[in-house]
Design a protein around this ligand. Structure first.
Ligand SMILES: [Fe+2]
Length: 347
């Protein structure tokens, strides 16, 4: 039997496809913020994820394939044309991924990107961004090509069994069910059946660029980390203290805590927590021996929004300051709460 789960992250769609006979599964187009969700679903369905498949290089969301591969010892799967250096298994048109008793059949469908592929599994077709419900992928992002998309659609997947259910990598309207036949009949982008007219239509869509395109392409093509990942990893390694707790301790005259302001000097001088010392994040590693000679002291880092201070506290932990704590919030929230602020140079 086949297990099929669809997981939405905004408009991005991921799919877990598993074989109940063998407990083996593939995860298609996973997104970085949903890792716990995928693992929980696979556990609930008694599945082990073996394959992490990206249907193409995503420009609009952060792929979880590499991180999940690391956690699970599973394989990252993409088309041969993928530029990502961390892909474990590269596929070509007409090949298959064997996933327990399931066969995931690959069709190379360039157009949205050069490395786009569709995967057919029994009565389902995972279309990536080649064919959407009521739309198609755009062709104006890096490696996009409207002529290639036309060929991939009209000489490719639209010639398959009209009863095939389609499952795209994006859907912004909560639509979950469609077939090749329904798309041929009603999808507005497919009504331009001549190649020239289709290409002309695709060239004139004038779509806005996706948010985070630079970061998405950087991380998805290199396997590097997103800013949110770096922050989440840092936050997982350090304790935090609330704004109210710190204020109460300062007012009680506590002297067991060094407040370390890691912003730049001008920000510090325009307003800081009374008693805070200045050590900008950019100089932290180089000046830490002079500024924080006793690594057993409790050090609380603060910054403007509570993000850079989390990175700074994690760095301090790594350097042996086991009592480093980050402020849960930053100077912006501190000031907005009406808590005491001192301006001017360091004492
Ligand atoms: Fe895409």
């Amino acid at each position: 039997m086949v297990i099929f789960e669809q997981i939405a992250t905004g408009g991005c769609q991921s799919y877990l496809v598993g074989c109940t006979d063998t407990c083996v599964a593939a995860l298609i187009d996973p997104e970085i913020s949903q890792i716990d969700h995928y693992l929980a679903l696979a556990a609930r369905d008694a599945l082990r994820i073996r394959y992490l498949i990206d249907t193409h290089t995503h420009a609009d969301h952060f792929s979880a394939t590499r991180e999940l591969a690391r956690q699970l010892g599973a394989r990252v799967v993409m088309h041969h044309a993928s530029p990502a250096p961390f892909v474990d298994m590269r596929l070509g048109d007409g090949e298959m991924v064997v996933c327990g008793r399931l066969r995931l059949q690959v069709m190379h469908t360039p157009g949205h990107t050069q490395d786009s592929m569709c995967l057919r599994v029994e009565d389902r077709l995972f279309t990536g961004d080649t064919l959407l419900i009521g739309g198609t992928g755009r062709t104006d992002l890096p490696s996009g090509n409207p002529e290639a998309l036309y060929d991939s659609l009209f000489d490719g997947i639209l010639r398959l069994d009209p009863a095939l259910k389609i499952h795209p990598a994006h859907d912004y309207k909560g639509q979950k069910q469609s077939t090749i036949a329904e798309e041929l009949a009603g999808n507005p982008r497919l009504q331009q059946r001549g190649r020239g007219a289709f290409v002309e239509m695709m060239r004139n869509l004038n779509l806005t660029m996706p948010a985070h395109i630079t970061e998405a392409l950087r991380t998805n093509m290199s396997g590097g980390k997103t800013v949110a990942q770096l922050l989440a990893e840092a936050a997982a390694t350090v304790p935090f203290m609330s704004l109210a707790e710190l204020k109460a301790r300062i007012e009680a005259g506590a002297d067991d805590l060094i407040v370390l302001d890691v912003r730049e000097r001008d920000a510090y001088e325009s307003g800081h927590i009374p008693g805070a010392r200045l050590l900008p994040r950019g100089q932290l590693e180089l000046r830490v021996n002079q500024e924080l000679a006793d690594p057993t002291r409790r050090v609380l880092t603060c910054c403007e929004f509570g993000k850079v201070s989390t990175l700074a506290a994690a760095t301090l932990h790594e350097m042996g300051y086991q009592h480093a704590v980050a402020l849960d919030g930053g100077m912006k929230a501190w000031t907005e709460a009406g808590y005491p602020v001192k301006s001017g140079k360091e004492p």
